[in-house]
Design a protein around this ligand. Structure first.
Ligand code: BDR
Ligand code: CA
Length: 314
């Protein structure tokens, strides 16, 4: 398989961390050009530290980590310590990072990298609120035509919302940013709650990750053991949804997923439905088809892939 170049924009987050590890464990297929942190699950500063910790955990210290925007385009930042813990990455006891942040601003990194690399070769993977990518598009609109595609964890339609009855967290936190991104004419693959709610961390799957016997497997089992508590109590399911790694799994093994090319538009006016991702799943309108909306996944193969890849890490 030819290696795909990606930039990962993230607010780690236990599930973000697993997505980062899955990508960093797959250098034959995925070249991670850089990781940009954004405010979301916790503050920008803490998310940036968490990204550094995860890169060190992976042993891939060659990958630069940049800090991006400290808050949404127009809204007050709302965070999710109630899910992810005070550090955003509660669960494992990871050492303070020795690695330092790259001094470039995350938004500049996105713009400059897209301008420097051949057009149409870079995929943007977004795992948090879309503030950094929207800022990059506002600052340098010409990058839109240079992005190969965006693979995004965000949104929901049939599963509706997880932070409000109407909205998924990443879109809710910065709906104006999501609106900018989805209107930019860039092909988007959306891993919404409609897919991530089918990828559940059952006890047997967490046991298999711990049984790998390496540092990464133990850390991931500890992370997900922590973050699933909130979701298990909320949903009463046999496992918690594993959101962000769906993006990287899609890049590695697209045949594990199926979906539909549709329009998705974001509600930015209403307070009641702020950040709702209105998906025209039944093709009722003639709005432009801007999103490949994932709706089916082979979750057993997904966990087999994750377990196999994490076993490659220290
Ligand atoms: C998304 O919100 C965050 O809390 C998770 O990391 C994921 O990106 C799920 O709604
Ligand atoms: Ca996230």
């Amino acid at each position: 398989m030819t290696q795909r170049k990606i930039i990962i924009d993230t607010d780690p987050g236990q599930d973000d961390a697993v997505a980062l590890l899955l990508a960093l464990a797959s250098p034959d297929e995925i070249e991670v050009l850089g990781i940009t942190a954004v405010a979301g699950n916790v503050s920008l500063a803490q998310n940036a530290i968490n990204a550094l910790k995860v890169v060190e955990l992976s042993g891939r210290n060659d990958v630069p980590v940049m800090a991006g925007c400290p808050g949404p385009l127009r809204r007050r930042l709302e965070t999710a310590e109630h899910v992810h813990g005070l550090t955003g990455l509660d669960g494992p006891d990871l050492p303070d990072p020795q690695k330092r942040l790259d001094p470039r601003h995350g938004v500049d990194f996105i713009v400059d990298t897209l301008m420097a690399e051949p057009s149409g070769t870079i995929t943007l993977v977004t795992l948090g609120p879309l503030t950094n990518l929207a800022m990059a598009l506002i600052k340098a609109p010409m990058i839109a035509a240079r992005i190969k595609r965006i693979v995004m964890m965000g949104g929901a339609y049939f599963e509706v919302g997880n932070i409000t009855p109407a909205a998924e967290f990443n879109i809710y936190v910065d709906p104006e940013a999501a609106d900018v991104v989805l209107r930019a004419g860039i092909p988007v693959v959306m891993a919404s709650l409609d897919i991530t709610h089918k990828v559940l961390t059952t006890n047997a799957r967490l046991d298999a990750l711990r049984a790998i016997g390496n540092r990464a497997g133990a850390a991931v089992a500890d992370m997900l053991g922590f973050s699933e508590r909130f979701d298990l109590a909320k949903y009463g399911w046999r496992g918690a949804p594993l959101h962000d790694p769906c993006t990287i799994a899609y890049l590695l093994r697209p045949e594990l997923f199926d979906g539909r090319l549709i329009n998705v538009s974001i509600e930015v006016e209403s307070e009641l439905t702020r950040g709702m991702s209105v998906a025209d799943f039944w093709q009722i309108t003639d709005r432009p088809k801007n999103v490949f909306f994932l709706s089916k996944v082979d979750d057993s193969s997904f966990f087999a892939l994750l377990t196999e890849r994490l076993a490659r890490l220290p």
